[in-house]
Write a protein that binds this ligand. Sequence first.
Ligand SMILES: Nc1ncnc2c1ncn2[C@@H]1O[C@H](COP(=O)(O)OP(=O)(O)OP(=O)(O)O)[C@@H](O)[C@H]1O
Length: 395
Amino acid sequence: MSDIIDEVLSAVRNSIIFRNREYLLPDYIPEELPHRENEIKKLASILVQLYRGERPSNTFIYGLTGTGKTAVTKYVLNNLQKKLKNFEYIYINTRQSDTPYRILADVIERLGSKVPFTGLSTAELYRRMVKVLEKSEKIMIIVLDEVDALVKKHGDDILYRLTRVNYEINKSKISIIGITNDVRFIDGVDPRVRSSLGEVELVFPPYNAEQLEDILTKRASLAFKEGVISPVIIRLCAAIAARDHGDARRALDLLRVAGEITERERKQMVGEEEVEKARIEIERDRVYEVIATLPFHSKLVLLSILRGLKASNHLTTGEIYNLYKDMATSTGSEFVTQRRASDIINELDMLGIISARVVNRGRYGKTKEVTLSVDPSVILKALLESDERLADIWS
Ligand SMILES: Nc1ncnc2c1ncn2[C@@H]1O[C@H](COP(=O)(O)OP(=O)(O)OP(=O)(O)O)[C@@H](O)[C@H]1O
């Protein structure tokens, strides 16, 4: 056994592909962020009010995924922190710290006070936070990343409370930076929260192919050994990611996974073939993740589609609904209405898992014919591995 481990270890230790793979991981914050000079400048000029001891405006940042929102925010705060000592900042990803309790506790702990893991009411935590803030000499910057996830789950009360602290203690002590990639999110929050949270709004545009190429070239020179990656391959990765709304994370993933495949296959240079394999692998993982996190009834509709397509090449929404109802009944659960099932089918279409095409059936009216847009074995694996009830129905 230990031989196998040694072998795997030595392959990594003696990698002829990577100098340092970490430079391609999403949480690495690069020392330079090309093509984000404007955004860095804008955010820095908001936060620089700290120099006068004043609370910076609450800022709301939005833009599609992988446009550098998190990287720019951390970059500006880290660099300011080196120069100014009169503030603290805390970065909270609200998908991970996903309750108001956890967020308030994180802030209090950051200010040097201990909080039990559970057991207090959020009202009590809020009181404690106000108290420590009153005593503290410092201004607190709270970064709430993926803030839409928090609001979807718990409403916007926590945001309202946080933006109210300054009034309560009659001193401006808290400034909030909210980040989201859901551009419609801000329209949905309470207008009171919107006006206080979005005192300033920054929009991050997507990168184009040339910009992605620059970003990748810098990161690749740190991550790969010399001669392993050519400019042609970098251009290819940039072009693929640019087609997919200019997402730098996706471009970096593509490069990293292509490198890993090259290493696994014991080749010396990353080629187009490895990039293509990486693209397929990443897409497969994305699809798996999307399916595994769907709500139960969406999964059940999807499983009905798989079952229906096993029996016939043509599958209409009505047939899917009948299969779905039978399956729901066999799990002992209630079933959703035909209308809701039809919405679910549209959602699955929008996620790129299936394709639903309207067909005219003459005097029988219109219906939708459904086909799969991705490999059925990936769909089935994600469904069965993520919910035991589905595995029981399928077997
Ligand atoms: N201009 C840039 N230069 C170098 N790397 C960048 C640049 N912009 C983004 N990146 C890298 O791309 C990845 C994604 O960036 P980041 O997490 O900041 O995106 P985001 O807009 O916050 O996305 P999401 O909304 O999905 O969280 C990170 O690895 C980041 O370091």
